[in-house]
Design a protein around this ligand. Structure first.
Ligand SMILES: [Zn+2]
Length: 282
């Protein structure tokens, strides 16, 4: 099964057949919404709107752990996601799609791991997105949309919910980063901990505030997020249709050698909570 987490502007599933809704509960609370499951080109797809129905959850409040865990429970091995982002580069105007390959994390108030509570896991995260899925989504962008698009780039993830100050925006620009948003973290970290492949299509909605004296407005963001909806869905749909049956990357055994607490020291309660994720390693 392939998972699709829809960001701002994407609240319904792709053209799936034989859809059903499944309410999933997890040891990390309830996900944003019931999962819509259906078929596309013979493949099972599970759709989750990150911010919930009617856009209820802020980027800080979204139940990232429950969302990723729910998809894991359903048997998802690869997650494609979308994000609405600001642009930090002149050549990436609104309505451009970017497939980022790096993240610069500036979040402050989110739980970035399934572990803790007496169980320490240190996972490599040098390449935060699955390189195979990044390249697969990039190929899909070349083939499935006429929209301006770029493969690769660094996603600066801020806490929000306010947009950045001019000083922050100018700083990120000066670093040579490409896009700025609020939702890449902790989703990418959790997908890696859950040994799932993860990559995202980011749709540019605005130029942030480095470029001119004006502000980013919600109205501008929503208008361009709506305009990006079709191109993002076209890319994701193409990526699902052409997804290879087998994974050919290291994501599927990302937890190997990362557990720093002796098995016998992990409490039954903690073990039960993370059983689905690390069962085979304990
Ligand atoms: Zn992978």
């Amino acid at each position: 099964m392939i998972g699709f987490i829809g960001g701002s502007g994407i609240y319904d599933a792709l053209p799936l057949e034989n859809t059903r809704e499944e309410r999933v509960t997890t040891p990390f609370g309830d996900p944003s919404a019931p999962v819509t499951i259906g078929k596309l080109a013979g493949k099972e797809v599970a759709f989750m709107p990150r911010h919930g129905p009617n856009h209820r959850h802020t980027p800080t409040e979204a139940p990232y752990r429950a969302n990723v865990h729910a998809l894991k429970q359903l048997g998802v091995k690869r997650i494609l996601a979308s994000n609405a982002v600001g642009s930090l580069r002149e050549e990436l105007p609104p309505q451009t799609l970017v497939i980022p390959d790096q993240i610069f994390d500036r979040t402050k108030h989110r739980t970035p791991t399934f572990f803790g509570d007496g169980m320490v896991v240190h996972m490599p995260f040098a390449d935060p997105y699955c390189p195979h899925m990044v390249s697969h989504l990039s190929d899909a962008s070349d083939k499935a949309t006429d929209a301006n698009h770029q493969s690769g780039g660094t996603y600066v993830c801020i806490e929000g919910p306010q947009y950045s100050t001019r000083a922050e925006s100018e700083f990120y620009c000066a670093q040579g980063f490409e896009i700025i948003g609020m939702t890449a973290i902790p989703e990418a970290k959790l997908a890696r901990e859950a040994e799932m492949c993860y990559a995202t299509v980011a749709g540019v909605t605005d130029y942030d505030v480095w470029k001119s004296d004006s502000e980013v407005t919600l109205q501008e963001v929503l208008e361009n997020a709506a305009k990006n909806e079709k191109s993002i869905k076209d890319v994701v749909e193409h990526a699902i249709r052409t997804m290879p049956d087998e994974r050919d990357c290291d994501c599927g055994h990302a937890l190997e050698g990362t557990i720093n607490t002796p098995t016998e020291a992990i409490s039954d309660e903690t073990r039960e909570r993370v059983e689905l994720l690390v069962g085979e390693y304990l």
